[in-house]
Every structure is written in C-alpha cells, then in structure tokens.
Design a protein around this ligand. Structure first.
Ligand code: NAD
Length: 356
C-alpha cells in the first residue's frame, strides 16, 4: 500500500519523538512492502515563528490532502506570552476543527513491565488497568464563546459551554461501538446535578443505551469519576465524556498507568483520516536532550496503521516490538527502574525498529 502521511513535528521534544516514530514506520514499510511518504507541516510555535500564525491555511490543506496526520507536540514558554488567538495550542484546536475530528480515544493501559511506575498501591494495580477514555473533541466550553469585559469597573470573564443533541449522539455512538469491541461496558461521565449541557448529555446517552442492550451502561458524575479512577480503575472499560472533563480525566488516567510518555491517542471524525499524537505536551524541560520517551508517539503511529490504514497486523507488530524492548529492560529516563538500562530517545526508537 502507498500512504501519504502529513507530519507535524512541532515544538520542544516534538521533532525528536516524531523522528523515532518515522524510523519505526519505515521499518514497517520495509518489512511489509508498503510505501509511506511524509509531507512536512508547520504547526504551533514553529509556524508562529515562520509564518506568523499557529496553523496557516496552506498547512491545514496539506493535512486535508494526506491519508492521515502524525503529530509530536506543540507549545512552549517562548510563546506563552502571546494573546490567546495566536498561541500554539490554537493551531491544535484549529486542526481538530478543520479536520472535523470530533472523537478522541485515549487508551489507559498499564504495561506490566512498568507496573512499579504506577503511583497507585500494588493491590489496586494488581486488579489491572485497561480502559479507554472517549472524549468529545470539538464542542463544549473549549469551542464556545470566550470573552472578558469590564462591568462596573471590574473585569468579568465568560466561557460558554454549548452542546447539541447531534454532537452528543455521534460521540456516544463511538463509545458504544468501541465497547462492543472490548468488554461491553460504557460509563458516561457528566455533571448532571449542576449543568444543563450534562442533563442533555445524559438524556441522549440513555436513548442510545436502549439501542445497545448488549452493552452495560452507567452514569457517573465527573467528581466521583476522578475519585474512582484512582480507587478502583479496574471497573472501567469505556469512559465517554465531554471535551473539558475528558481533557482532565484522560490525563489522570494516563498518570496512574506510570508514564505519560507511553500513551498514544487517536482523533477521528467521519471517514478514515485521523490525527495521531501522544497525549503529552512538548516537555520543554527535556527538549533537545535526546531524553524523551518516544513510545507514546510510536504507539500513535501504530494506532494510525490500525484505524486509518486497516493494517492490523503491522500495528500489532509494533506493539509486540515495544513489549520486547521493555522486556529486555530498556527504559528512557521517565520510566527508569532498578535493574533496567537507561537509553536515549533515539536509542529507544532504534531498538523498537530493530525488534520489528
Ligand atoms: P508536558 O506533557 O509537556 O510535560 C509534563 C512533564 O512530563 C514534564 O516534566 C515532561 O518532561 C514530562 N514528559 C512529557 N512527555 C514526556 C516524554 N515523552 N518523555 C519523557 N518525559 C515526558 O506538559 P506541560 O509541561 O504542562 O506542557 C509543556 C508545553 O506543552 C506547554 O506549552 C503546553 O501548552 C504544551 N502542550 C501541548 C500539547 C500538545 O501538543 N498536544 C499537550 C499538552 C501540553
């Protein structure tokens, strides 16, 4: 197969981790006889410096012309002082909206080799952590109206959180369909005791639940979910929630699995073109030092093969290669443990490519 991949290296550790994912993709191409071509896209801080905006239209067009998009990370202290609309993160929001990516899937899975890195008690970890957070990605408060005005001499800021039935239903369907391929359990997270958007969310989810009688369904308030994720994570299979709650809960979920550097994500809309990126940021504190963990990005590339290119075997081969390298005790600094050997970002990428 021939596939064109738009590549956004981004800022901070972005270029380092993306280089390793490409190394692994090239190893897959060589082994399975595919051709992957890469189209470089500037987004984030690097685009602000070069083009004066975080995602120029020409760059979005490149992503829309590709079969899928691989992203490292964007942002950093250099651009923190810029006004909202010009910040690197705006590029990411514009990319998600421009590509119509309304669902974000983040697996929270404990790699047995890294069990000790989990901050949870061994008795909780022993029950297993293997769930997916399905987050609505282009609605809610991040995309509602934002304004700051002066009223009676005081500044007053307002952020609006809109949701339509259609927006809720399409993400709900993704959650139920995902659950059907897993352990058939959906937990829908909201704040229905306070928010109108949550009450509508719950009503739509209940309607959908009736269409999926084979899937066990429950509601959970977001504050309780935050507690349950650390108290009894084994109870979850598919957690579906709105944009901001999902942003926060998926970070919490990633933390309990050990290293933020290990977790991939996929964002999809209608059709097969998706955006694949690790869940972490640009890690400015270790940028340029060849220290970052590239596994989250490498596993994001594996998700791209599986979900956008229908290459299940190739994706499984990457996961098996990651297992092999972790079994051999190789670790980057973020997940280093006693008895293991410390490797750099590029050494980790090379080891995974070689294990393929
Ligand atoms: P971060 O995820 O970049 O870093 C948090 C901590 O985790 C840091 O100590 C970092 O060194 C470590 N870390 C993250 N990824 C790692 C990896 N692959 N290997 C080893 N260690 C890793 O979060 P932050 O510090 O809050 O944000 C830094 C910048 O990234 C900010 O400008 C933020 O806006 C941006 N950001 C971008 C994205 C994105 O591009 N999707 C997501 C979140 C944050």
């Amino acid at each position: 197969m021939e596939k064109k991949i738009a590549v956004i290296r981004g800022d901070g550790i972005g270029p380092e981790i993306v280089a390793e994912a490409i190394k692994v993709l090239d190893a897959v191409a060589a082994k399975y006889g595919h051709t992957f071509t890469y189209d470089e896209v500037d987004m984030g801080g690097v685009a602000i410096d070069k083009w004066g905006e975080p995602l120029p239209q020409a760059m979005l067009d490149k992503c829309l012309a590709a079969d899928s998009v691989l992203l490292g990370a964007v942002g950093g202290p250099k651009w923190d002082g810029l006004p909202g609309a010009q910040r690197p993160e705006k590029g990411l929001l514009a990319l998600r909206a421009g590509m119509g990516l309304y669902s974000n899937l983040r697996p929270a899975k404990l790699w047995p080799q890294l069990a000790e890195a989990s901050p949870l008690k061994p008795s909780i970890v022993a029950q297993g952590i293997d769930f997916i957070v399905v987050r609505e990605l282009i609605g809610g408060v991040y995309f509602g109206e934002h304004k700051t005005e002066t009223i009676n001499g005081q500044q007053v800021a307002t952020d609006v959180m809109p949701y339509s039935e259609a927006e809720i239903e399409r993400i709900g369907r993704i959650a139920f369909e995902t659950a059907r391929k897993r352990r058939k359990k959906v937990t829908s997270v909201d704040k229905a005791n306070v928010l109108d958007t949550s009450r509508l969310w719950r009503a739509v989810m209940h309607r959908l639940a009736a269409e999926y009688p084979d899937v066990e369904y429950s509601d959970m308030l977001v504050d309780n979910t935050a507690m349950q994720i650390v108290k009894n994570p084994a109870q979850f299979d598919v957690v579906v929630t709105e944009n901001m709650f999902g942003d926060i809960l998926s970070d919490e979920a990633s933390m309990i699995t050990g290293s933020i550097g290990m977790i991939p994500s996929s964002s999809l809309g209608e059709g097969t073109r998706g955006l694949y990126e690790p869940i972490h940021g640009s890690a400015p504190d270790i940028a340029g030092q060849d220290k970052a963990n590239p596994i989250g990005t490498i596993l994001s590339a594996a998700m791209m093969l599986k979900y956008s290119f229908d290459m299940d075997e190739e994706a499984a081969a990457i996961e098996a290669a990651v297992h092999k390298v972790l079994d051999a005790g190789k670790r980057t600094g973020d997940s280093m443990a006693e008895g293991c050997s410390l490797v750099s970002c590029s050494e980790m990428g090379s080891a995974i490519a070689a294990a393929l």
